[in-house]
Design a protein around this ligand. Sequence first.
Ligand code: KG4
Ligand code: ZN
Length: 373
Amino acid sequence: MRILAIETSADETAMSLLETRNGETFELLAHDVASQIKLHTEYGGIVPMLAKREHQANLPLMLSKIFPNLVPSTCQLAPGLKPDLIAVTYGPGLEPALWTGINFAQDLAAKWDVPIVATDHMHGHIVSALLNTTDGKTYIINKPEFPAIALLISGGHTQLVLMHNLENFEVLGQTVDDSVGEAFDKVARMLGLPYPGGPEIEKLAARSKVKEAYEVNKLVKLPRPMLHSKDLNFSFSGLKTAVLYLIKKLKEENKTGELSDEQKIAIAHEFIESCKEVLVKKTENAIRDNRALSLLAGGGVIASKPIREALRDLVSKLEVELYLPDNKFTGDNATMIGIAGYLHSKAGTVNTLSPNSPELASLKATGNLALYK
Ligand code: KG4
Ligand code: ZN
């Protein structure tokens, strides 16, 4: 079984070709990710129409790279090279961006006469936490003990998910406004840092060992939104506004009208502390409430070292297993989509769409897709 996976939900165009003989081991035959970060940097976030244009330009080029023997006009391939299944992300994400992947997949499915499995991007991030490889080519899926809790933190999402197995999920809580990644990006912008903000804020905060910054930090306090709310929801919009007011206040107090480097470092440090505390506390509540045996975490924000460390401390306190993605799988990629799609298709869901069927033709981008149960 060969799977071609296509991911275009945000600002990464990604394609992977995978092969599995037994449904347990996956060979990564080819893969590519084209990041549009540079393009969106000057706008401080993703511009959907620009993302769409880039995906449209990238997809055919990537396909030719993955299949060097492909005839571009007809997409014809030598027998034996043709995939048996196309996994494509159909949500959640930016709809103009999602559509490019879907339309491309539909066209290939018709030319190759193969089915499509419509795949949930967040299912992909869950799978990314479980991928295990020793050589970077052959992957197996780690089997966590269930029930498991998945913490999904990205530029588009902040969710706590209860996993009954690798296929059935229940969303326990999520952000009521901005995602945590969005908050990182917006706060970075307020501090004059480029997009994506997460790694920049982390770099800045890491300088907080400087003694003066530590002293300023005592004066720089931010709220922990919804820390004590009874539910498992999050809110990051108020935190972002709190940073805005804090910057305004400090600037007014400073004779220069600008923030000092120490103040910037202290804000970055305190902002991470606030996000970390809320994410960890709610994750702890979710694990306890559901007597979960494992914790998984995925999405771009899990690249954060302080957040990874805090989750390690949490699982050792609660004595549950922890699964974190390898660095190359924290961000968006198509390998996670190929394997999630394969698992979903194997489970016999309605999301596997036969070639030339009306269902395949009417597959729609679903920006606010919720994880399938
Ligand atoms: O999963 P992802 O690549 O794309 C989405 O599906 O959204 O996540 C991107 C997000 C951005 O908001 C970025 O600022 C954040 O992940 N991010 C981080 C770090 N690295 C990336 N946030 C905090 N700390 C990091 N080290
Ligand atoms: Zn993502």
